[in-house]
Structures are given as C-alpha cells and as structure tokens.
Design a protein around this ligand. Structure first.
Ligand SMILES: NC(=O)c1ccc[n+]([C@@H]2O[C@H](COP(=O)([O-])OP(=O)(O)OC[C@H]3O[C@@H](n4cnc5c(N)ncnc54)[C@H](OP(=O)(O)O)[C@@H]3O)[C@@H](O)[C@H]2O)c1
Length: 254
C-alpha cells in the first residue's frame, strides 16, 4: 500500500505516518519543515519518502505528486491533513490576512492535494481520498470564523467529490475530529471536552478508512454532539455558542 499524508511533520499527520509506517506501507510525507520530516523519516525507516512542500502552492504539490507517482505509481490512500487554526473575529476587517491564510491552507490546500492525485487514482480505478475537516465545520464557531468556514467548505467540497467519483472506484472519506491533543490545541487554555490523544485519533481514522466509511466524526461522543448540532434551531445554538470558550485571538488581528 502507498499512503500520501500532508501535514506529516506534526500532530495527527505525524502519528498517521508512524502507524501506517509500522505496517510497512510506502509513505509519501509532505510538510514545510524539513528538519521535522527528516527526523520522522529516520524514525520510520526506508519505506518513507519525504517532500518539503507547501499545500497552498499548487505547482509545488503537483510536482511532488508526479514525482511520487512516476516512482511508485498511484497511491492507495491520500490524506489531505495539513491545516492551521487561528482565532479570528468574523466582523473585523483586520483579520482578512488570517482569513486568507486559513482558507488557502485548510480549504484550497486540501483541494490542491486531492486534485494532484485524483487522475492517477481514477485511472487505477481504486484508492481513498481522505480530507480532514473538523467538528467546527458543522456550525459557525464564534471567534473561529475563518477556521470554521474553511472546514465547512472542506465538508461540502469532499461531498461533491464523493458523489462525482461514485462509480470510479475511488472513495472519499470526510473526517471531522473533535479535540485532539496536538500542537494545534496546546495553545487552548479552555477545557476541551472529549479530548483525544493523538494515537487514538490516528487509530480511529485508520479504522474508518479500513471500514470504507464516507463520513467519520471522532471520538464517538463528538459524533453525537455533531448529530445534535446539525439539528439545533438557531436560537438554541446561538445561546450555547455565545457562551462557549473561544480560541485566543492572535496579536495580528486583535
Ligand atoms: N487538533 C485538533 O483538535 C483538531 C481538531 C479538528 C481538526 N483538526 C485538523 O487536523 C489536521 C491536523 O492538525 P493537527 O492538530 O495535527 O495540527 P498540527 O500539529 O499543528 O499539524 C499541522 C500540520 O500541518 C502542516 N501544515 C500547515 N500549513 C501547511 C502548509 N501550508 N503546507 C504544508 N503543510 C502545512 C504542518 O507542517 P509544517 O508547519 O511543517 O508545514 C503540520 O505538520 C488539521 O487539518 C486540523 O485542522 C485538528
């Protein structure tokens, strides 16, 4: 099996690389921080190719994809995992830079990653494209408007893709994690309900791929929360969401 993972230098992507690497699968790991990627390659072993790349740069991702495909053939699993999270005010014009950065990484970066590999997978008539969204993509989260919008966009994009690829042999899996303990959430000072350790999160995601799921919320308690959130009338959602703790706003967009 050949597995591509973006955002493999840290957190969930790194742990997925470790767990898939331990199964002896051929890995293609992509991120911007070269030192972290090389340290990971040393830990995993020879079944691991690392590529320094920025998912917001379409040409770069396409170059990496064609390099990997020409050497190893079409991947069996592509996990578009790279992402960033910033606290942003929806109303503040000052947060436009952050909004662009988050959308470019979480939304367009995910699309560029999927598109770079789709043709080869469709030609092979097999494989799974996995996009990492978030529970925050299910409803608009105050204080995280950019993140929440990017993840909502990811859910819709992946759904369109899944239906378009229905008879191609290529599956699409949308993953919506709740909270996972990674560098992304280490900055959060509030209590994170049903916080998962990164090992269980990676295991749960791998299980969802193996079971050929199309939509996976983890952990199961958050699946229940997501189910309820989708159905809550606005007036109840607004009451709860306005009292929920918020991601710290960065210095830049304060
Ligand atoms: N942690 C959570 O609670 C949580 C919850 C829901 C969803 N998620 C999602 O899960 C995914 C992984 O997050 P995480 O918690 O593991 O965060 P993390 O530890 O901060 O890791 C993020 C990864 O994305 C990479 N990345 C960021 N921008 C990139 C870019 N432009 N090009 C290439 N790689 C880039 C980073 O690598 P470099 O900096 O080296 O490029 C890093 O490897 C994200 O999509 C996140 O939104 C996380």
């Amino acid at each position: 099996m050949k597995i591509v993972i973006t955002g493999a230098s840290s957190g969930l992507g790194r742990e997925l690389a470790i767990q898939y690497g331990a199964k002896g699968f051929q890995l293609c790991l992509i991120a911007r921080r070269e030192d972290k990627l090389h340290a990971l390659k040393n830990q995993i072993g020879s079944n691991c190719e690392v590529y320094v790349g920025d998912v917001t740069n379409r040409n770069e991702i396409e170059r990496i994809a064609s390099e990997f495909i020409s050497r190893y053939g079409p991947p069996d699993i592509v996990i578009a995992n790279a992402g960033i999270s910033l606290g942003t005010y929806a109303a503040a014009r000052q947060s436009n830079d952050e909004l662009n950065e988050v959308m470019k990484t979480n939304f367009f970066g995910m699309i560029y990653t999927c598109q770079a590999f789709i043709d080869s997978m469709v030609l092979a008539g097999s494989g799974t494209l996995v996009g990492i969204s978030s529970l925050a993509g299910i409803r608009g989260v105050p204080g995280s408007s950019a993140y929440s919008s990017s993840k909502a966009g990811a859910i819709s994009y992946l759904e369109s893709l899944r239906v378009e690829l229905l008879n191609s042999g290529v599956r699409v899996l949308t993953v919506c994690p709740g909270y996972i303990r990674t560098p992304m959430t280490d900055v959060n000072t509030f209590n994170m309900p049903f916080l998962m350790d990164v090992e269980s999160a990676a295991k749960s995601l791998i299980g969802a791929v193996d079971r050929k799921k199309s939509f996976h919320v983890m952990p199961w308690q958050m699946a229940l929360v997501g189910f309820i959130l989708r159905r809550l009338p606005n007036w109840i959602y607004d009451w709860f969401a306005s009292r929920a703790p918020r991601k710290p706003i960065t210095q830049k967009n304060k």
